[in-house]
Design a binder for this molecule. Structure first.
Ligand SMILES: [Zn+2]
Length: 123
């Protein structure tokens, strides 16, 4: 979603907001009115501030270094406790479903390898 620049005609306040292209004229509110879309020189996003990697203690500076560090340490950005719990639940459910499916397949395979007489004793 692109980032658009808005300005308030009443007080001159400026703001940026993410909008879909179709909704770009729906600016944020200021002074009781929607701010109007402004055309400003293209917005340049600054690079990330450096930080010490919590995994290996190495200094990480900039987006490229961050991406490389995440890949190298098999990590992903922290997304808040709620999202982390949801992701853990999703992975647990996936593993359970997979294990259940494997067990079911093994049982079917074993059943089909039985002789008709052996099958009858099970029924
Ligand atoms: Zn205003």
């Amino acid at each position: 979603m692109p980032l658009y620049a808005y300005g308030c005609a009443a007080c001159g306040n400026e703001d940026d907001a993410f909008r879909t292209v179709e909704q770009r004229h729906d600016g944020p509110f200021c002074c009781g009115e929607r701010m109007s879309l402004e055309i400003r020189p293209s917005y340049v996003q600054g690079d990330l501030q450096g930080y010490v990697s919590p995994v290996n203690g190495k200094w990480v500076e900039g987006r490229t270094a961050r991406r490389d560090d995440l890949a190298r340490t098999h990590s992903r950005p922290w997304e808040g406790m709620e999202n982390e719990k949801r992701e853990a639940d999703r992975q647990r459910k996936y593993a359970e479903d997979k294990s259940e499916k494997r067990l079911d397949e093994a049982a079917r395979r074993a059943y089909h390898q039985l002789s008709p007489a052996q099958r009858r004793t099970l029924e």
